[in-house]
Design a protein around this ligand. Structure first.
Ligand code: PLP
Length: 370
C-alpha cells in the first residue's frame, strides 16, 4: 500500500540501544595474550565456584529433565517459609534480571517514566530503555544514590523508581534512615524496585536496611543466587512483594521459568551455610585488602559493601589504559564506560591469590594514573 507511511522495522529506541556487553572470558584472554594465569575480576562472581550443595542438587535433578518445571513453586514455598511470608508474596525467575524484565513488561505503559540514578546497573538500563519509555536519572552524590534528589524528581508520570542497594557499579549503600526519609516522599502509586543482588555482603552492617524488616505495598525486593551462592551460570533469582504485584507478575512470567535444575540449585544453596560463611569471609578480606592497598597506591576507591570496588581515575584514557594493561597481565576488570562512567573501572574480589596478583600488577601501573 504505497500511500501508507513506511514504519521502521526496528523502533528508534531499540535501534539506538547499546546491547549489554558481558565481561571478557578467561579462555579468550588466555588465547589472545598467550597467558596461562588469568584472574577474572570483572563480573562480581563468586571466586570459590558454585555452592557444592547446589551442584549436588542439580545432579540429582537431572533424572527428571524430561518433565516440565513447576514455575518455581517449590523454591517459592521454601523462601516463604524461610522469610515468614505467604507464598503469594514470593516470585522466582531466571535471575533477578529475569524478574526485572517481567516488571518492566507488566507495569509500564507508553506514557510512564522510569527514574533512577545516573550510571545505574547496566542490566536495568538496557531493559528499561528497551521498553521505549522515558528514562530519567539524577546524578550521584559522593558515589551514593542521591535519594532526596530522586524524591524531588518524581513527577505525575513516574511509575518506577529503581534503587540497587548496595549499588552496582559504585558498591555504596544507603542506610535505613535515608531510605525511610525517601520512602515518606514517594506516592503510593509509584513502584520502588529495591534490587538487593548484593544483600548478603551488606546485611551485617548495622546501617544497612534489610528490606525484609519492613514490607511496603509498593516495594518489590529482588535478590539473586548469582553472587554469594555462586550460581550466576544457572540463572536463578527471586523477589518479594505485595500479593497483587506478584499475581500480576505471574501472569506475564514465562510459565516454565525458572528451570527445574535452577530451582533445585536455589533450594539447596539456601541451606549451604558453610559455603555462605566461607564466601562472606573471603569477600570481607578481599574488600579490606583492595580498599587499603589501592588507596595506599594513590587510587581513589569508592567505599564498598558489595563484592567489588570501584576506582575513579583521572580520565577516560587512564581508565582504558589501566584496563588494557591489566588485561595484558592476565587480570580482567570491568571498564565502566557502558554504564556511563568512562573514567571508572570496577574490580571484583577474587581469591586471596587473585587479589594479590591484581594489586601487584596495579603497583607497577601507578605512573598511568598519578
Ligand atoms: C545490581 C544488580 N542487579 C541484578 C544483577 C543480576 O543478577 P542476576 O544474575 O540474578 O540476573 C546484577 C548482576 O551483576 C547486579 O549487579
Amino acid at each position: 500500500m504505497p500511500h501508507l507511511k513506511r514504519m521502521p522495522l526496528v523502533p528508534p529506541y531499540i535501534a539506538s540501544l547499546r546491547p549489554y556487553e558481558a565481561g571478557r572470558g578467561i579462555e579468550e584472554v588466555q588465547r589472545e595474550y598467550g597467558l596461562t594465569r588469568v584472574s577474572k575480576l570483572a563480573s562480581n562472581e563468586n571466586p570459590l565456584g558454585p555452592s557444592p550443595a547446589a551442584v549436588e542438587a542439580m545432579r540429582r535433578s537431572m533424572d527428571k529433565l524430561n518433565l516440565y518445571p513447576n514455575g518455581g513453586l517449590d523454591l517459592r514455598r521454601v523462601l516463604a517459609e524461610k522469610f515468614d511470608l505467604k507464598i503469594e508474596n514470593v516470585i522466582a525467575g531466571s535471575g533477578s534480571e529475569g524478574i526485572m524484565s517481567n516488571i518492566i513488561r507488566t507495569f509500564l505503559c507508553d506514557e510512564d517514566e522510569v527514574l533512577t540514578t545516573e550510571a545505574a546497573f547496566i542490566g536495568f538500563q538496557v531493559l528499561a530503555k528497551s521498553r521505549g519509555i522515558a528514562y530519567r536519572t539524577v546524578p550521584y552524590r559522593d558515589w551514593h544514590y542521591d535519594l532526596p534528589a530522586l524524591a524531588r524528581a518524581i513527577n505525575e508520570r513516574t511509575k518506577i523508581v529503581y534503587l540497587a542497594n548496595p549499588n552496582n557499579p559504585t558498591g555504596t549503600f544507603f542506610s535505613k534512615h535515608e531510605f525511610d526519609d525517601f520512602y515518606r516522599q514517594v506516592p503510593e502509586r509509584v513502584l520502588i524496585i529495591l534490587d538487593e543482588a548484593y544483600f548478603e555482603y551488606a546485611k551485617d552492617n548495622p546501617r544497612y536496611p534489610d528490606s525484609m524488616h519492613y514490607r511496603y505495598d509498593n516495594v518489590i525486593t529482588l535478590r539473586t543466587f548469582s553472587k554469594i551462592y555462586g550460581l550466576a551460570g544457572v540463572r536463578i533469582g527471586y523477589g518479594f512483594a505485595h500479593e497483587t504485584l506478584i499475581a500480576n507478575l505471574l501472569k506475564v512470567k514465562l510459565p516454565f521459568e525458572p528451570s527445574s535444575v535452577a530451582q533445585a540449585a536455589g533450594i539447596a544453596a539456601l541451606s549451604d551455610r558453610e559455603f555462605l560463611h566461607r564466601s562472606l569471609e573471603l569477600n570481607a578480606r578481599g574488600l579490606k585488602f583492595f580498599t587499603a592497598a589501592l588507596r595506599e597506591l594513590g587510587f581513589e576507591v569508592a567505599p564498598s559493601d558489595a563484592n567489588f570496588v570501584m576506582l575513579v581515575l583521572r580520565s577516560e584514557d587512564c581508565a582504558a589504559g589501566l584496563t588494557r594493561e591489566l588485561l595484558s597481565q592476565g587480570i580482567i576488570v570491568r571498564p565502566l564506560a557502558s554504564f556511563g562512567l568512562p573514567n571508572c573501572i570496577r574490580i571484583s574480589t577474587g581469591t586471596d591469590e587473585e587479589n594479590q596478583h591484581c594489586v601487584e600488577a596495579m603497583s607497577n601501573l601507578r605512573a598511568l594514573v598519578s
